[in-house]
Design a protein around this ligand. Structure first.
Ligand code: KG4
Ligand code: ZN
Length: 321
């Protein structure tokens, strides 16, 4: 397994050319290792199909994966299974289940009714939650603190918030007046920026006092984001139960994407949805962020149901728009 996370963290986010370069540089070794580990002592290869992410994402990176996937398919004579990145985050369980995908690029709330059937209840109208975390962390220069120099913005805010008092600053919860399941995070980012500017204009705040202010503000940001997510999820549960009254309950709620690593957010969703009979199911944090296992697992689900498989002779039809 290879990860680009540390390098992207150093750059304060993903730079598309850096990402595709790294893909290109490492993919051959990754493919070689995977092929080697799938051959048994008799020389039989146990690969039945190759799953590869085809959308949505940065075209240059997606193309690197697709090109290599095609080569492996051609070499082994197995079909290719194109995978939607966000569907891969929504690890499949017993249907139907409610899915909340919260990452650096997306915020989606929906119902997975089947491997191929996803009902969208709401999405972000502006920034993704991870994007807001990253931008606020950058504005607060959290990576200058040794303990946060090597982690993502969201991870740093969670760490800083641990010792903070969320009642000191008021970061307003967005879209309270809108009775739907859409999300917004730009307002949280902007009102946080306004608080930072006001604090910077106060003279003489240095050292520990300054750090305490940063921790308190991070705690407020985290609470505002968690509350907003929970309020929309609860609305989604009621809405769906009302619409689909023949389905008595939603058994599972899956939360995934990098922001789902945040244990305060996980706990808020868990305690908020528990009384509604909706259990929280979340992958372990290392499988919440982008990873190959989720893509492969989605491939297994599709392949075993004969869904969206591209036979070898039709490989050329798989192209990214
Ligand atoms: O799913 P992901 O790996 O990549 C995509 O965006 O698809 O998510 C990355 C995002 C980053 O914005 C990062 O700041 C956020 O997940 N993140 C967190 C935490 N760990 C990573 N956000 C909040 N709390 C965390 N502990
Ligand atoms: Zn992702």
């Amino acid at each position: 397994m290879r990860s680009q996370l540390q390098l992207h963290t150093l750059h304060g986010g993903i730079l598309p050319p850096v990402a595709s370069d790294l893909h290109e540089r490492h993919i051959e070794d990754v493919v070689k290792e995977a092929l080697a580990s799938s051959v048994d002592e008799n020389g039989t290869c146990s690969i039945d199909a190759v799953a590869v992410t085809t959308k949505p994402g940065m075209a240059a990176s997606l193309l690197v994966g697709l090109r290599h996937a095609k080569q492996v398919c051609q070499r082994l004579g197995v079909p290719l299974v194109p995978i939607h990145h966000m569907e891969a985050h929504a690890l499949t369980l017993e249907f139907p289940f409610l899915v909340l995908l919260i990452s650096g690029g997306h915020c989606l709330l929906g119902i997975a009714e089947g491997v191929d059937k996803f009902v969208l209840l709401g999405k972000t109208l502006d920034d993704a939650p991870g994007e807001a975390f990253d931008k606020i962390a950058r504005r607060l220069k959290l990576s200058n603190l040794a303990e946060f120099s090597n982690v993502s913005g969201g991870h740093a805010i969670e760490g800083a918030a641990a010792g903070g008092d969320p009642s000191r600053y008021h970061v307003a919860e967005p879209l309270l007046q809108y009775k739907n399941c859409d999300f917004s995070f730009a307002g949280i980012k902007n009102s946080t920026r306004a608080i930072i500017i006001a604090e910077e204009n106060r003279d003489g705040v240095v050292g520990d006092e300054l750090l305490k202010g940063v921790r308190d503000l991070c705690a407020s940001v985290q609470v505002a984001i968690a509350r907003h997510l929970l309020r929309r999820v609860i609305r989604g549960i009621f809405y769906y139960r009302h619409q689909q009254s023949f389905i008595k309950s939603l058994y599972f709620k899956v939360v995934s994407g990098g922001v789902a690593c945040n244990s305060f957010i996980r706990r808020s969703l868990e305690t908020g949805c528990g009384p509604l009979g909706v259990e929280l199911v979340a992958p372990p944090p290392r499988l919440c962020t982008d990873n190959g296992v989720m893509v492969a697992w989605n491939g297994v689900e599709r392949w075993s149901r004969n869904l969206g498989i591209v036979p070898l002779e039709k490989l050329q039809v798989v192209d990214i728009q």
